[in-house]
Design a protein around this ligand. Structure first.
Ligand code: SAH
Ligand code: F3S
Length: 448
């Protein structure tokens, strides 16, 4: 007689970046694949609590111990509960976490999450802390080819990890390690598999996707990011290709030219500039000037006149004066950014910028952030206004909650658009004429 397996319940809490969100979906994948675990949304009812941490922009340590404190209470009631801490903070703090929180059972890093089933298994046979935070491995991807589609018709696909750029404010090169690229054969077979599952849009993921490179030792051929884009464009049914995040410094002519020959590349590019002041860019060690950035965008606009550009900005970087900030505002107008993520600078321990003198008050920084965000919101609205009356290619994602005859999808520049249509259209592309816009939420369209 078959013995019924009682699956252990896993609760995963994720902090921060897109990379981490994706890592958590890999954790889910790896654990559920073993058939011993199920995912729960209720931490109080779970057997294993996993915290996937991120320290890019916030002081993560205190937040970590607060969170662990809450989970400790669950473990007090049930000593069988296992607590695992992963992600960047785990790599950086390692054993220090255990010193302050002795009840933690497992510490794993972003590169060792594929070992979790084994680490969890071990944790039931020892009272010692299990720690594995080795870096520079991409094994996790190959042990969990991503056949889980993030959003039915769109899927993230990691192509590289880590970063060698060492921008002076950033913790990533320390927490995620050096740049490592996945073998293109693995990436392509993953995307092919995803396409058979209905995926129509892929988002290539990496800290610096355009630093992607592999080497074919047998045929002695270098293979870089634009080569990968061309290969993906030949996969049937993958009609949209996006990527995050690319770096202006390595955005070569070959990538610009790809926009001419690869229609699947969206008319939308997220290319973080961080500041509009060359002095600040130098202090940030970004490796380009605003003139070079502008030149790059102009070349892209020559090929794709309607391309919309989004960016990341840091305000209040040490040494940023009122004039520097004004330059950022002027640059925002000049490039006519469509959207942005913007942050107040937060010193990260161990980074070069953390040693720089910083005289700007937090009130002033908040004021600058709000001015910047207001400006981008206005520009974003102008972009939306210009879409009125145009025909947009839309990937239909589903039907509206309130009215099943109303469908919704996403335009190339990431706007949600509602329209009336048959449910067969879900998962396909339609051409929609934009007939109504809304200040900051969605658009309305009709089939063209
Ligand atoms: N690899 C990407 C993203 C890195 S982190 C890149 O090349 O830009 C994502 C964003 O977080 C950064 O672009 C930056 O705007 C912001 N960020 C990183 N470190 C920060 C810090 N110490 N303080 C504030 N914002 C930060
Ligand atoms: Fe960070 Fe700069 Fe790399 S922002 S991820 S060090 S490109």
């Amino acid at each position: 007689m078959n013995k019924k397996i009682i699956k252990k319940k896993i609760y995963i809490k994720t902090w921060g970046c897109q990379m981490n969100e994706h890592d958590s979906s890999i954790i889910e994948n790896i654990l559920t694949k073993t058939n011993n675990y199920v995912i729960t949304k209720n931490p109080e009812k779970s057997d294993i609590l996993i915290l996937n941490t991120c320290s890019i922009r916030e002081k993560a340590q205190e937040k970590l111990f607060h969170q662990l404190g809450r989970w400790k209470n669950f473990q007090k009631k049930n000593s069988n509960i296992r607590i695992a801490v992963g992600g960047c903070v785990a790599t950086q703090e390692g054993k220090k976490i255990y010193k302050r929180a002795r009840f933690v059972n497992i510490i794993f890093g972003p590169q060792t999450l594929h070992k979790l089933p084994e680490l969890i298994h071990q944790s039931y046979h020892t009272t010692n802390l299990i720690i594995d935070v080795t870096t520079s491995s991409l094994k996790k991807f190959e042990s969990s080819i991503n056949t889980r589609v993030n959003k039915k018709f769109t899927s993230f696909v990691t192509i590289m990890e880590g970063c060698n750029k060492y921008c002076s404010f950033c913790i990533v090169p320390y927490s995620r390690g050096k740049e490592v690229s996945r073998q293109h054969k693995h990436i392509l077979s993953e995307i092919k598999k995803l396409s058979t599952l209905g995926v129509r849009e892929v988002v290539l993921l990496g800290q610096n996707v355009n630093a992607y490179k592999t080497y074919d030792y047998i045929n002695k051929i270098k293979y870089n990011f634009s080569d990968l884009l061309y290969s993906i464009s030949r996969i049937p049914k993958i009609n949209r290709i996006r990527y995050i995040t690319s770096h202006p410094m390595e955005f070569g002519e070959d990538i610009i030219t790809a926009y001419k020959y690869i229609p699947q590349l969206t008319n939308f590019l997220h290319l973080p500039v961080q500041s509009g002041s060359n002095k600040i860019l130098r202090l940030m060690k970004r490796g380009y000037t605003i003139e070079e950035y502008e030149d790059l965008i102009n070349k892209l606009k020559f090929i794709r006149p309607n391309i919309s550009i989004s960016s990341d900005f840091i305000v209040g970087f040490p040494g940023e004066t009122h004039q520097d900030f004004q330059k950022t505002l002027q640059f925002i107008s000049k490039i006519n950014f469509d959207t942005s993520y913007s942050f107040i600078y937060s010193p990260r321990p161990g980074t070069r910028a953390a040693k720089l003198a910083d005289c700007t008050t937090i009130e002033e920084k908040k004021n600058r952030l709000s001015l910047l965000q207001k400006k981008i919101t206005q520009q974003s609205f102008q972009w939306r206004r210009r879409m009125l009356g145009t025909v947009q290619s839309v990937l239909v994602e589903g039907s509206s909650k309130n009215n099943t005859q109303e469908l919704y999808g996403r335009t190339e520049n990431n706007r949600i658009i509602y329209f009336f249509g048959k449910s067969e259209l879900i998962g396909n592309f339609v051409q929609l004429k934009v007939i109504d816009i809304n200040y900051n939420t969605y658009l309305k369209g009709v089939i063209n």
